[in-house]
Design a protein around this ligand. Sequence first.
Ligand code: ADE
Ligand code: ZN
Ligand code: ZN
Length: 270
Amino acid sequence: MRSLLFLFIFINWCTSSAAPFWGKTGHRTIGAIAEKHLCKKTAKKIAKLLNNKSLAYVSIHSDEIKSDPKYNKYFPWHYVNFPPNANYDEHPVNKKGDIVQGIKTCILNIRDANVSKNDKAFFIKLLVHLVGDLHQPLHVGNAHDKGGNSIKLQWFYDDSNLHRVWDSEMIDYYKMSYSELSNNTAQLSKTKINEIKSGRLLDWVYESKKLATEVYDSAKPGQNLTYKYMYHQFPLVQQQLQKGGIRLAHMLTEIFKKKSDWTTAFLNKL
Ligand code: ADE
Ligand code: ZN
Ligand code: ZN
């Protein structure tokens, strides 16, 4: 009986502890949206490297490998923290890596002719994942609260934290599959899509940082968030999933071109 009780407490602890990434549905939605924006030629090259697995399928690989200590060094690559109103470069870079350095490393490896097929596949999976994480505002958060992970509050009367609300609680509450979410995005004009694609990595980092400030202001520690929060904040979640998908497709399209001025410029000036 006692051991059963301990097992119950342990399982409960495992499932309630902070999972610091968009949940599975968020990542898969971004992968599925990206696929809709890829041309056939690029999609074929990617499919070959991924053994025909979809971007939605591979999008959570980088979280799954967190259970293997061999991959511990990738953990800090999922986010970047620096103070609001500061510039990324003004702040000492995390020597263990961050999402900016992580995305750059992925691009360099995918484009390197000397990298094996297996390793290229690994870096595509990682890129799909990290571009997704970049669009969760709290992955560009404050170090002192671990991107909102230590801001404890409640989600519909259950213990949670601000980071988790943005990673997964709102998306899970919506009860749509990743395919349903990816098939029900906002209708955007060509001009708007081009506007979303424009800019470089650091522009997207600062965009998330600005949104993170709004997210921090949206809830107080200890608050119980329910319908009203969902009503006001979920449109931003949907917008970020769509932006993430569009930008991921754009990056992959450029990365897979033999000669891409965009990629060169992108890497030279992040
Ligand atoms: N895990 C996910 N996002 C994080 C962040 N911004 N800071 C610390 N840990 C995190
Ligand atoms: Zn992640
Ligand atoms: Zn997260």
